[in-house]
Design a protein around this ligand. Sequence first.
Ligand code: GDP
Length: 313
Amino acid sequence: MKKDSKIYVAGHRGMVGSAIVRRLQREECVNIIIRTSKELDLRNQREVENFFQEIRPEYVFLAAAKVGGILANNTYRAEFLYDNLMIQSNVIHCAYKYGVKKLLFLGSSCIYPKMSPQPMKEEYLLSGYLESTNEPYAIAKITGIKMCEAYRAQYGCHFVSAMPTNLYGPNDNYDLNHSHVLPALLRKFYEAKINNQPNVVVWGTGKPRRELMHVDDLADASLFLMQHYDGEKFVNMGTGKDISIRELAELIKKIVCYKGELFFDTSKPDGTPRKLLDLSYLYSLGWRHKIELEEGLIHTYEDFLKNQAGKYF
Ligand code: GDP
């Protein structure tokens, strides 16, 4: 990939896509191609075909997806399957048809079985039942991995897949019904502090553990793979450390300076008990994360105060 290569970032308005664009800009890439979903509906086969035929991108970061937290995944089960299958099938197939030099497909650590041994190695894919709350999303993402493998095997395409752990950072979704745990708790603790509420509701038992990676680290790892990796095997991406939801809530409480109590609403689902990634393969390729959770959280809270908090008051 050169500075003047035509690089298409699909999903540039999302947290992941926008971080990849920022990272490419830092690399002084001058030919970054972006389209809003209004300009190009990636679920629409004809629109995607026309776009690839006309623009002929050389490199593709496939970060466009319908995403959300545990409640959104469980509620919009049809959309999580349909939108994601359509987006990735259209983009991957057109990348093959119109000669894209390399494509990076981004998935998620929820592809692994619910009761997978920990930490989870890439080889554990399809070795057991999935967690039901996000099964549709996981099935779509597993299909994406298999498409990249199949197009590589049959047509020699340079399509690689990466499976990041739970992500957070600027541009996250703070909608309480749709977001992931970290942005939801940042917002809830902030609102509780401003409104002097005596407690903050945390979903589930607080016992599940999650590995959280700052999206700027993910963008850096994505660029690294685009430049240095061309293997069939997909690559786990994470920090190698996890934390319980209770510990995460305590940490956010400290950063936001909230003085009240935590209340665990056990009528809400816990989801997967643990999903810590094994990063031996990523490390063997020569990449490691740089942003630790507390530091990343402080930056994310600053970004929240600057760009989000005003929307809710
Ligand atoms: P998951 O990693 O796919 O399960 O997605 P989430 O980030 O949405 O949820 C992770 C864990 O955090 C689950 O055990 C949730 O029940 C728990 N959790 C606690 N409070 C919240 C909250 O306010 N919102 C969300 N989305 N999850 C929460």
